[in-house]
Design a protein around this ligand. Structure first.
Ligand code: CAO
Length: 523
């Protein structure tokens, strides 16, 4: 029987109880020495723990979110005794170095390297006049705990080296000056062109080369950066789905396959210091020590919150949203609803306004098919099915279960299915397929309150109907006489790439008319 070899977290300096943020391998994988196994992230740096030697992964006793320290077993390799090799030191990717670049000259400083101080420079990889690309190692530091390479934060030509081997450096020490970008800098005579060539464009998703500065500032660990280089992916354009927007391996792979890219706004938001509009940079997210101002409590976001946050953020920045408000007179419909609930009392089904809205949505979507569609590149995919999602508030966050084929179901059938799905949602038991395939979403805050809001479109859908609490409103058609009408506020958000304002206004009017008189669904 082959022995199992424990793979442990090596010496990672003063870091303790560091969360595992990514696991790069699975049981059964064969890994080579130095291949990254897991990524750890402290509040100071991201570290990949490499395989100390070749082996086959037999067990992974840790999972994402677990906290590990030096000596924690993260994996077990099979295949005989461990080769007698010195454990690999973790490769540390510190956050991008602070860069100060007046007129194309960037001072490169030692980034945040955790609790390490006065660390000797053991190697300098470049000389004055060398052309470097973002991420190229500039110098190597070695403490008694770990070896760290300090990468170039952006592409450029080395103008000056301000350290020598043996010098001790700490966070903020200036190690060299790089001539960067297009600004004219008096480079040494033999210096090659100031801007290093961008990495080769390897996939359809990558257009226009790599923005080296954005790449350098992207929030990703060393293994993910390496993979991005290999695939020619411009990290600055990739939306991170990891914690706090960190880019994980699967994001890079999806991008390489033509997946999600960060639009300029998202990129700017995700990359502190990246160029903004008209020369005004988006500021980095404020880092505040809240405890300085009063007692605090830290609560990690739950899984659903994290997923919905990432989705909502993407949808908000990618889709040019416009919201059109209107109102529906539901006086008669409410009377009908109350009447039907009395008649159905024994069946146990209770009907709220929402199932009626679903039927009204189907009727309106049939009349305005471009609202029941999705953008696919330059084409609009019009769907000949009507699966209506409804936003459900759960203790764990927002989810959107989907009523499939709402056009084929009666109002009581929809009400019954909705209450079953809402129950599953609250219990956290919804299956992925119960949240997929939606063509339009209704977000109802009617049971809570409010008048209008601006719902965020649930991509790849192109519109969403938000409704709030109905209220009695005095209404006049001639300016002389009036009556009190039960009024439902409507807020339709629509994707302006697909829909224009006139169509949205017509959609709302039709939706409201159907609710005012449900007989219109027959037309
Ligand atoms: N106006 C007035 N009253 C309304 C109403 C409206 N538009 N909509 C619902 N109500 C009433 C219902 O009739 C019910 O009244 P009774 O208790 O007297 O019967 C009460 O409000 C509660 O309704 P409900 O919320 O349980 O039922 P629903 O079918 O309207 O909604 C569900 C179900 C799952 C959608 C809802 O519970 C929910 O989770 N809503 C929140 C959605 C949300 O968070 N949206 C925001 C997304 S954007 O961040």
């Amino acid at each position: 029987m082959s022995n199992l070899i424990d793979i442990k977290v090596p010496d990672i300096g003063d870091f303790k109880d560091v969360p595992v943020i990514e696991v790069f391998v699975k049981v059964g994988d064969t890994v080579q020495a130095e291949a990254p196994l897991v990524s750890l992230e402290s509040d100071k740096a991201t570290m990949d723990v490499p395989a100390p030697h070749h082996g086959v992964v037999k067990a992974i006793p840790i999972k994402i979110g677990d906290k590990v320290s030096e000596g924690s077993v993260i994996m077990q390799f099979g295949g005989g005794a461990a080769p007698a090799v010195e454990p690999a030191k973790p490769s540390v990717s510190a956050p991008p170095s602070p860069v100060n670049a007046p007129a194309g000259l960037a001072e490169v400083r030692i980034p945040d390297i955790g609790d390490f101080k006065d660390v000797p420079v053991i190697e300098i990889f470049v000389k004055v006049g060398d052309s470097v690309k973002a991420e190229d190692p500039l110098v190597s530091l070695e403490s008694d705990k770990a070896t760290m390479d300090v990468p170039a934060p952006l592409s450029g030509v080395v103008q000056e080296i301000r350290v020598k081997v043996g010098d001790k450096v700490s966070e903020g020490s200036i190690i060299m000056a790089l001539a960067t970008g297009a600004a004219p800098v008096a480079a040494p005579a033999a210096a090659p062109a100031a801007q290093a060539a961008a990495a080769p464009v390897a996939t359809a998703a990558v257009t226009g080369g790599i923005d080296e500065k954005a790449f350098a500032l992207a929030y990703a660990g060393p293994a993910v950066r390496k993979l991005a280089r290999e695939l020619g992916v411009d990290l600055g354009r990739v939306l991170g789905s990891g914690e706090h927007g960190r880019i994980v391996r699967s994001d890079v792979e999806a991008f390489a396959k033509g997946g999600t890219s960060a639009p300029p706004a998202a990129k700017a938001a995700a990359t502190p210091g990246s160029a903004g509009v008209g020369g005004i940079d988006l500021l980095p997210w404020p880092k505040v020590d809240f405890a300085k101002f009063g007692p605090i409590e830290r609560k990690e976001l739950g899984r659903i919150k994290k997923i919905s946050a990432a989705n909502l953020h993407r949808n908000w920045v990618v889709i040019p949203h416009v919201t059109t408000h209107d109102e529906a007179d539901i006086t008669e419909l409410e009377q009908f609803r109350v009447q039907m609930n009395k008649e159905l009392e024994k069946s146990g089904v209770k009907i709220s306004m929402l199932p009626f809205m679903m039927k009204a949505a189907v009727a309106t979507l049939k009349k305005f098919p471009e609202f029941n569609a999705s953008l696919d590149g330059d084409a609009l995919v019009l769907k000949n099915y009507w699966h209506i999602g409804f936003a459900a508030d759960t203790p764990n966050g927002l989810v959107v279960p989907v009523i499939r084929d709402a056009d084929k179901k009666t109002v009581p059938e929809i009400a019954k299915e909705m209450s079953e799905l809402a129950k599953l949602a609250r219990e956290g038991k919804l299956k992925p397929d119960q949240m997929q395939g939606g063509t339009f979403t209704i977000s109802s805050l009617g049971g809570i309150g409010g008048i209008y809001f601006t719902p965020i479109i649930n991509a790849p859908e192109v519109s969403i109907m938000g409704v709030c609490k109905s209220y009695w409103k005095q209404h006049s058609t001639d300016g002389k006489t009036s009556s009190w009408r039960l009024t439902l506020p409507l807020s339709l958000s629509w994707d302006h790439r697909v829909i224009d304002g006139a169509a949205a206004a017509r959609f709302n009017v039709h939706f409201a008319n159907v609710l005012a008189d449900l007989r219109r669904v027959l037309f």
